[in-house]
Structures are given as structure tokens and as C-alpha cells.
Write a protein that binds this ligand. Structure first.
Ligand SMILES: Nc1ncnc2c1ncn2[C@@H]1O[C@H](COP(=O)(O)OP(=O)(O)O)[C@@H](O)[C@H]1O
Ligand SMILES: [Mg+2]
Length: 239
């Protein structure tokens, strides 16, 4: 098992945002974490990355990393592409890319070239400010930047947010490609249908607690999934 997180709790003052949640992920697996807005998905990822305080235990690749700082976790291969991409728009595409290699001592040159081969749109704009990139290209850049950290596990927080349907399909193709190359992926998504079509397993969070988990195919036909999104509200999410 690559990741085995047990009984994580995240609190913001009196707001108990993640409630005794346990998640695991095998080498080479894509696992999705679903749930309505405010369910605690980002908080769960941040607890795994170590950027918010949590109790519980995180085993990563056989090592207990519970007490580790976020930079140390990144160096160990636990890498996140944050919600909203967090690209530095005044820096060039290339400068943004190199930021992903901060945790390494060796020269990332060969890998940046491999990334430019994969993404010609980034290659053409490598010396331009990242502000010239479209939303889809910025997401590719954010994922590329994370790749430069040499992840064993890439956690993606709502990568399809704000992308057009064509770009969403391209993004999910990329996620599958990266996984085929051996990368394990934890995918937080609002796009339930695409996420369950891509992942092997899934967890569903509701008000901070995992209320459903299992095989992606079974989850996609589980009526309780929709209930988790309703959360007492009348606005239905299109599944
Ligand atoms: N930095 C923060 N400070 C206080 N409350 C927060 C903070 N971040 C998130 N929350 C709250 O924690 C809960 C879970 O948020 P979040 O993890 O962002 O959910 P999701 O990613 O599923 O939308 C929400 O009630 C949210 O308002
Ligand atoms: Mg979130």
C-alpha cells in the first residue's frame, strides 16, 4: 500500500471539517474523493500534505510521516496540485515549471524538455508570462510543475473546475496517461461522472465524514451518492 491514512481529524476552531476519516491508496491506483462544496475534501488533502494540522496517522510508502512538515512530505513524493492551480501569472511558464523542482538538488533540464514535448502549447510559450495561458493550459502547467517534484502520489484538487467540456476530457485523458506511466493519483472532483469513470475506487465525504466508499463502478450506481450531495439542500447536483 502506498498511502494509508487513519482517523484523520481537521478542526478550524469549532468547525470540525474532517471527522475521523481513513483513506488508503495502492501503488498505481487512481482513487477519487467526492462530496459537495464544503464537505471537507480540500481539508482532507491538506491534512495528507501536512499544510493543515490534523491528528491521526499517515503512512506513506511504508513510513509513518504523521509528524512531518509539508516540504518533507513533498520530498518523499507526496505532491499536490492545489485547487485553483496557484500559477504565478507574472512569472514565465518556464519559471513556474522550475518551481516544481525546488525540492531537488539535481538538474531538472531533461524532465522539463520531456514536459515540453508532451505539451507543445507550454513549449511555445515557455518564455512568456503565465498570464497568457488559457485556463486549460494553466492546469497543464500546474500538473507539469507537480511532476517536476517526482511524485509517487499526485493529489489533484478539483482540476476540472472552470474548464470547458473538451478541456475536461483532455485533462482526464492526461490523468489516465500519467497513471498508465505508473503514477498513483488521488483525485478530488465535483465532476462525479468523469471521476468515477476514471478512478478504481472512491470515497464520498459528507460534512467531513466518509459516508460511502468502494469500487467506482458500484458507487456510480449507488443512489446514496446523490443523497450525499443533497445534504439537506434543494439544489441538485447533476450526476
Ligand atoms: N482555513 C479555513 N479556516 C476555517 N474554516 C475553513 C478553512 N478552510 C475550510 N474551512 C471550512 O471547513 C469546511 C470544509 O472545507 P473544505 O475542506 O474546503 O471543503 P471542500 O474542499 O469539500 O469544499 C467548510 O465548512 C469550510 O468553510
Ligand atoms: Mg475544496
Amino acid at each position: 500500500m502506498l498511502l494509508d491514512a487513519k482517523e484523520l481529524n481537521v478542526r478550524y476552531g469549532r468547525n470540525h471539517a474532517v471527522k475521523t476519516a481513513s483513506v488508503s491508496l495502492d501503488h498505481g491506483e487512481i482513487v477519487t474523493v467526492l462530496g459537495a462544496n464544503g464537505a471537507g475534501k480540500s481539508s482532507l488533502l491538506k491534512a495528507l500534505l501536512g499544510t493543515v494540522r490534523s491528528d491521526g496517522k499517515v503512512l506513506f510508502d511504508g513510513t509513518d510521516i504523521s509528524g512531518w512538515s509539508a516540504p518533507r512530505r513533498v520530498k518523499a513524493g507526496l505532491v499536490m496540485v492545489p485547487e485553483g492551480r496557484q500559477i504565478f501569472v507574472s512569472l514565465t511558464v518556464h519559471e513556474n515549471l522550475l518551481m516544481g523542482a525546488w525540492c531537488r538538488d539535481d538538474d531538472p533540464e531533461a524532465e522539463t524538455e520531456a514536459i515540453y514535448d508532451r505539451f507543445p502549447n507550454l513549449a511555445e510559450r515557455r518564455h512568456m508570462p503565465a498570464s497568457v495561458l488559457s485556463g486549460g493550459e494553466q492546469q497543464m502547467l500546474a500538473i507539469s510543475r507537480a511532476l517536476l517534484a517526482r511524485p509517487k502520489l499526485m493529489m489533484l484538487d478539483e482540476p476540472s473546475l472552470g474548464l470547458s467540456p473538451i478541456l475536461v476530457r483532455q485533462l482526464f485523458d492526461l490523468i489516465r496517461d500519467l497513471n498508465r506511466d505508473g503514477l498513483a493519483i488521488m483525485l478530488v472532483e465535483q465532476n462525479t461522472r468523469m471521476a468515477l469513470a476514471t478512478a478504481r475506487r472512491g470515497y464520498v465525504l459528507e460534512l467531513g465524514a466518509i459516508v460511502l466508499k468502494g469500487n467506482a463502478k458500484e458507487l456510480s450506481s449507488d443512489t446514496r451518492l446523490e443523497d450525499a450531495y443533497l445534504g439537506g439542500k434543494s439544489d441538485r447536483v447533476n450526476l
